[in-house]
Design a protein around this ligand. Structure first.
Ligand code: UT7
Length: 326
């Protein structure tokens, strides 16, 4: 049976660090509150004049370099992002062009924090179907471009970054083995950007009212995230008779350390089996999952079972079973 395996991972992290001490100067907050309530110490910020494509290109270039493949070998580029370079065309088109992936088609996927997992699923299915040979799936978000640095409840959480995975076909029982995804639009009001779309196009009024920023009712999102991320991972594991012992690593979306710990606990997974890097990058939306794979790559070995899980605006959530291939 033909499947899609991950054969390389790349990442890009902007150099500039925004620490909790820096945020103490911007809003009424403290290092203690941020650490205790979120587990975040610092995040990265991309400077002005650069967008999500800049980071996506660098992450993808690293993945290709590590695998020793030219960009012409790529058939499909999917960029997962809530902060595209432009409303249109798709950031994926700009990235493919800059990489020199002239044979590729591509598009963006927007499903808030679940964007990367949805994109990975679509790319994997394209490869298993035989239509695509090699795909780049890139999560890239410049969250600082849509964060209100006067809103202490959201500005302490988010950061900028990109991560990329290269997918190739295999006949072995490795790679993307299954996934379960869900969405529920009734969650829209708890986490969204109020203006900038077709309902409320940008205007002097929308800008004045600060409607082009992330709006989040954190407590509501928190409750749903803990329950749904664990439940869907459990459903996927049960479907395949997997127990906590079979899992090498749980790879959760990095939104809040307390959400990660609660979800892992519900799944009966000890801390050493949970990928965590939120302390260094914050919530980078579409980049959290590939960044985890990137940071833990040296600890992974062929045959390791990973459960990737996510929850985000929409609401959207999902879990994916990935067996590491190298
Ligand atoms: O990735 C996409 C999905 N997003 C998520 O999964 C995020 C889910 N939500 C969260 O991570 C948490 O809800 C937050 C980190 C956003 C907030 O933490 P919380 O423990 O849920 O705080 P809260 O919103 O219930 O607020 C508790 C208190 C409030 O004060 P009062 O009303 O109790 O006096 C807030 O005003 O903490 C206050 N607060 C802060 N205090 C210091 C909120 N933000 C801050 C802050 N510094 N930065």
């Amino acid at each position: 049976m033909r499947r899609a395996k991950v054969t390389a991972v790349g990442a890009y992290l902007p150099e500039r660090r925004l620490t909790n001490a820096d945020l103490e100067k911007l809003v009424d907050t403290s290092n203690e509150w941020i650490l205790e309530r979120t587990g975040i110490r610092e995040r990265r910020i991309l400077g002005r004049g650069k967008g999500s494509a800049y980071m996506a290109i660098r992450a993808a270039e690293e993945a290709l370099r590590k695998r020793g493949l030219p960009a012409e070998a790529i058939d499909l580029v999917i960029v997962a992002t809530v902060t595209p370079e432009y409303p249109f065309p798709a950031t994926a088109n700009l990235v493919a062009h800059a990489l020199g992936a002239h044979r590729a088609w591509g598009f963006d996927i927007e499903a808030a924090c679940s964007s990367f997992l949805y994109a990975l699923s679509i790319a994997a299915d394209s490869i298993s179907s035989g239509r695509v040979e090699r795909a780049l799936v890139i999560g890239s978000d410049k969250m600082s471009s849509i964060i209100d640095y006067r809103d202490r409840a959201t500005c302490v959480i988010f950061g900028d970054a990109a991560g990329a995975v290269l997918l190739e076909p295999t006949e072995e029982e490795v790679g993307v083995l299954d996934y379960l995804h869900r969405s529920d639009g009734s969650g829209c009001t708890y986490l969204h950007m109020k203006a900038g779309g077709s309902l409320l196009p940008p205007s002097v009024r929308t800008v004045r009212n600060r409607l082009h920023y992330v709006y989040q009712e954190g407590r509501q999102v928190f409750k749903q995230a803990v329950v749904q991320m664990a439940a869907i991972s459990e459903d996927l594991m049960k479907k395949h008779g997997l127990t906590a012992d079979d899992i090498a690593f749980f790879v959760p979306h990095q939104a809040n350390l307390r959400i990660i710990e609660a979800a892992a606990q519900r799944l009966g997974l000890p801390r050493e089996k949970v990928m965590i890097n939120i302390d260094r990058y914050g919530n980078t939306t579409s980049a959290t999952l590939p960044l985890c794979l990137y940071d833990y790559e040296s600890q992974l070995k062929k045959g390791d079972n990973l459960i990737l899980a996510t929850f985000g605006g929409g609401f959207t959530w999902g879990a994916l079973w990935l067996r590491w291939a190298y």
